[in-house]
Design a protein around this ligand. Sequence first.
Ligand SMILES: Cc1ncc(COP(=O)(O)O)c(C=O)c1O
Length: 345
Amino acid sequence: MTVADALVDLRSDTVTRPTAGMREAMAAAEVGDDVYGEDPTVNALEAEVAALFGHEAALFAPTGSMANQIALQLVVPPGDELLCDADAHVVTYEIGAAAAYGGISSRTWPAVGADIDPDVVARMVRPDGYFAVPTRAVAVEQTHNRGGGGVIPLATLRELRRVADDNGLALHCDGARIWHAHVADGVPLATYGALFDTLSVCLSKGLGAPVGSLVVGSAERIARARTIRKRMGGGMRQAGVLAAAGRYALAHHVERLAADHAKAARLAEAVAPFGVLATAVRTNLVPLDLSKSPLDAPGLAAAARAEGVLISVLGPRTARLVTHMDVDDDAVDRAAAVLTTILRA
Ligand SMILES: Cc1ncc(COP(=O)(O)O)c(C=O)c1O
């Protein structure tokens, strides 16, 4: 047993390690030079993901951040505007990339997680004109990371599509965890796909692949995306070893997300009696609001770490637990016991 095996790591669903089956698929992958478009495994993954979302094409990228930023550059010209929420990954954790690489001006609606009011978004849209920054696109996050893994309802997305159409805007989905929304709400991936002009989807968040995201869109947009990816330094060579992990993840690790959601619900239930608000847990993220607890988030994280349980600190009184395929039911029970013992003290 390694040190990592002894810990219960609930910081993120990105901490998973490839399974034996995934490693075998990676070792057996047929590869070629993907900058020449000659890696058969990458090409197969791109075709598979495009088809899953009912789009014409997809492009493999090393990270979710790069996939998002390529997509934003596709739909917002330099100097023009993107609308998204104040807690969106694209404006919180991507280090100003939209401005730095795309010259994109971002304006945000107040952070409400998955609970978006399309009328609020509609009222923010600025038309074309020489005196104002024209809005070109709206981005949403499905599921919402800082919004506690919340799932944007299909009806809301349809309303947002209408807002986009009424105003000639593109609609982008940061779908790093769109698989979780698909499993939680039973909405087909193609139904989501039909609502968006561009999507980014991740294979390394909950699906267990070590690396990899895709930009999904029209053939014309994805051809331009290939150039933008190269410009950003994301042209990869024998990337089929990574794409093989992604293909394996799609085949074996999507439907099992329901088990991660159930584990998250159990953790939420365990901490609830201690004044920790972990309500409305829909997927694999459990946000902890410690505003009514004697312990702050760094205090809880330090005490849990001393007992072998790792959690994320998101703010002075906000922490987060994330379930994933490398924490089994026993590990969840162990974590629940550790956290409740600390919170009870
Ligand atoms: C919602 C969301 N989008 C994008 C990303 C970026 O992914 P990466 O870390 O691969 O750049 C993350 C990462 O956790 C995320 O949670």
